[in-house]
Design a protein. Sequence first.
Length: 474
Amino acid sequence: MRSPAVSLWMDQVQHLNTVRPSVTQPLDLDVAIIGAGFTGLWTAWYLKQQAPRLRIAVFEARGVGHGASGRNGGWLLGRILGMEQMLHGLPMDEKRALLNVVQSIPDCVEQVLLQEDIDCGYRKGGVLTCAARYPEQLRWLHEELKALYAFGYSEEDYRQLTVDELSTRLHVANAYGGMFTPHCATIQPARLVLGLAASLERRGVAIYENSPVEHWSAGGMRVAGHPVTSRWVVPCVEGYAAECPPLGRYQLAVQSLQIATAPLSDAQWDEIGLHHGEAAHECSHQVTYFHRSRDNRLVFGARGSYRFGGRLREDFQLSDGELGLRRNLMLELFPQLAEVPVDYGWGGNLGMTRHFRPYMLCDERHGLACAGGYGGEGVAAAYLAGRTLADLILERDTLYARAPWVVRGRSLFQALRRWEPEPCRWLGYSAVSAVYSHEDAVLNNPHSAPWRRSLARALASGVSHLVSPDFKAG
């Protein structure tokens, strides 16, 4: 198995990447963006669309796409974390308008891809949620569908699938049923992030690599010993907030890990399905997700991790245990892949706020704008954030700028809730992980006594409430 420097995705586009300069002199700008990932690049792209004369530069500590933008699972999902909780209580017409904004993200991105001639393997095949491995997943799926319909979604947004209907799209072992939503596309994310960077450079936006920001505040920052003055400073660092103090107090790094098989034959894909660009995941408390890559690999992600103190992880050479856990989960769903080698393993850091939901903030008084806390649903959220931050900076009165996930008129430190100090965070994460793992082990054992199954479900349900986006989110 190969452990790439960044990811499978970045390995595939080495020939497209270019060496960009570092900061070597003082700069005076209109907008200084920290981070050359999706959030920073989309912000710059929409700023240039609306105000082409702005002097904009993007400062990246490593290389374009080094962070989550070059490491993610390749899902461009028409939703963001905690969306329903943030829209709850709004009038139905306003709620529907904002739902349309979020659900149309894949289509909006496709328009940019066509405009900028970016080939990132875009396929809008929707998402399949499968209830598999144990029957409780079907109960959870029914409960989720009921809640989605009560919120205001229709069957055009989320449709229940019988076992037979699911099997026409996806073949997983021990399937009990499924659900389908059309609001998702799959992409090769490294091609998108590098394509955006090239597009910005053609428009006159400077992108500096290997240029870590040493200090930032209202009015400017210091990069590689050189002062940078700017009307707007825009940190877009997501999982790397610890490197951009004091953001790390409000946005913690957690890790997500993935594997990718060797390319599969057409016959092997006939045994799996996923012929139309679908993404898929399992209906459980612990994350398990997968899709078919452009070069016919099964890309499979599962579970996460947290390091004491919110420390970043830079070495993503997967251990035998990390590889084995994900491969075993993959084989539970697809036992026919038992003889197929795993070619790649990698991971990335993503950001999580204490409210367990994303934010997009504009502090007009101090000239600061930022976004983050995408919690693993970041490809689409970063697009939404970039477009929203551009509207906020340019003082455009749009639906994007009026959304409930937007914070205006308050500083970052007034708007966001601090994480608890250690060891509380590590103990909390470890407890949640242990409860979810115990539930999965008990329910996945067909010989578990009914009382054990009920107790495991009850414990996990209570924990799920504690970490839901609307818990103490006022």
